[in-house]
Design a protein around this ligand. Structure first.
Ligand code: HAM
Length: 409
């Protein structure tokens, strides 16, 4: 391993990567807020026990965990839901229900690196707490859809595959499978699309034939039909498919579950979530019990889907061209004033040819260049897109500038 390279599955974010990431975060925030969600966050390091108890074997096997200097067993967060359940159990009295909370943060899983899966990634988490009615499920799935629509994606680009864990727990009960074996069976069904049919059949044993029959024929339930109808009423039914092959890998889900995929089916899941009505009670010291549901959307697969749709970022609004070094002090006084007023402004730190300075202004995406040179005490304002120029007194410069923030819009 070279100390000169990032660890496998970790990314450097160069400016263009950061711009893309910021764009994703801004859109996530904007649409979540449109749905009345408020932002919160938790610690990135938690007691390992939190995940051992609640997330299930798959995630526990992927923890970045260690013993800290105080001999505590700790782990970098692989997901947010157990933290959310702990926080809500401790603070729920302070808030009116239902809570609609969202969070944006980085998560860590020691996974085998592959397309769409890294060892760190960012997630948007959106959760509704304190509402058991199906209306909350409809609201949550609608939000997941509208976030992706916000990125310009359509029903031709992605699909939300909706299912219900209760369908499978009823099925397992019906087949007299003892309850302690349910998590293992659910995990096998969850993995069936990524594993060979033989392997799945071997793990399912006697249940293989009836499970494959469900896979082949498909299935639905009154709850899932109502969920789709709720989305149809909002004009969003084209974005969803009922698909009971979805059960989700995490242990705490109790009802509706869903995953979002690219229509091409080439990539890993863009988002996933569902109901976890028992988790808060399990993490509560004082017997708080509340229904809850949510989803998380990652930045990695989403980033692949929207690449090519991103506009190059305009880095500045105004470039100050210093054509005569004797005018540098006047130019810098102006730079300061413009920055105080909120414009994004840049200038050459050392003397440079005027042509090169204009090229820099273009490269940085400036709207205007303002030239300090022989015309002093007048300065020349040049609109770079149209090449239009006008001479104005430097004292009246601000009156000739478009009002911020229209310049940077
Ligand atoms: P999850 O399905 O484990 O759910 O992760 C959600 C999303 O995070 C995935 O669909 C994927 O986009 C992204 N993701 C997960 N692992 C990786 C990885 N190694 N590399 C890149 N992206 C990844 C949860 O985490 C649940 N806690 C979601 C939830 C919230 N359920 C209820 N509320």
């Amino acid at each position: 391993m070279s100390a000169m390279q990032p660890l496998p599955g970790f990314r450097d974010f160069l400016p263009d990567d950061c711009a893309a990431r910021n764009y994703i975060f801004e859109k996530w925030r904007e649409v979540a807020r449109r749905y009345g969600f408020v932002e919160w966050d938790g610690p990135v390091l938690e007691p390992t026990e939190l995940y051992k108890k609640k997330s299930g074997n798959e995630i526990v096997g992927q923890l970045f965990n260690f013993t800290d200097k105080g001999e505590r067993e700790v782990a970098l967060r692989p997901e947010l839901t157990p933290t959310l359940a702990r926080v809500v159990a401790a603070h729920e009295r302070e808030f009116r229900k239902p809570l609609k909370w969202f969070s944006i943060g980085q998560f860590f899983r020691y996974e085998k690196q592959q397309r769409g899966r890294l060892r760190e990634h960012y997630q948007l988490n959106c959760d509704i707490i304190g509402e058991s009615d199906l209306a909350a499920d409809v609201e949550l799935v609608a939000l997941a859809i509208d976030i992706l629509r916000g990125f310009g994606l359509t029903e031709k680009d992605f699909v939300v595959r909706i299912s219900d864990r209760e369908f499978w727990t009823d099925f397992l009960r019906d087949k007299n499978v003892p309850e302690e074996r349910w998590p293992e069976m659910l995990q096998t069904i969850d993995k069936s699309e990524r594993e060979s049919r033989e392997k799945t059949a071997e793990k399912l044993g006697m249940l293989a034939d009836p499970v494959f029959e469900v896979f082949n024929k498909g299935a639905t339930s009154a709850k899932l039909d109502n969920l789709v109808e709720g989305l149809r009423a909002r004009g969003l039914a084209e974005f969803v498919d009922v698909d009971v092959r979805i059960v989700r890998g995490l242990a705490y889900y109790t009802g509706t579950v869903f995953e979002v995929f690219d229509r091409g089916g080439k990539l890993r899941a863009i988002a996933g979530g569902g109901r976890y009505d028992n988790l808060i009670a399990q993490l509560s010291d004082n017997a708080v019990s509340m229904p809850a549901l949510g989803f998380a959307m990652g930045d990695v697969v989403l980033g692949e889907l929207i690449r090519g749709r991103l506009q190059p970022e305009r880095k500045i609004d105004i470039y100050i061209v210093i054509a005569k070094e004797t005018r540098r002090a006047d130019a810098l006084a102006q730079v300061q004033q413009l920055r105080d007023r909120g414009y994004r402004v840049d200038f050459p730190l050392t003397s440079a040819k005027v042509g090169k300075q204009f090229q820099t202004a273009e490269d940085l995406g400036a709207t205007l260049a303002i030239l300090y040179g022989d015309e002093w005490p007048q300065v020349k304002i040049k609109t770079l897109a149209t090449r239009e120029e006008k001479l104005v007194s430097h004292q009246e410069l601000s009156a000739h500038l478009p009002a911020h923030p229209s310049l940077s819009s």
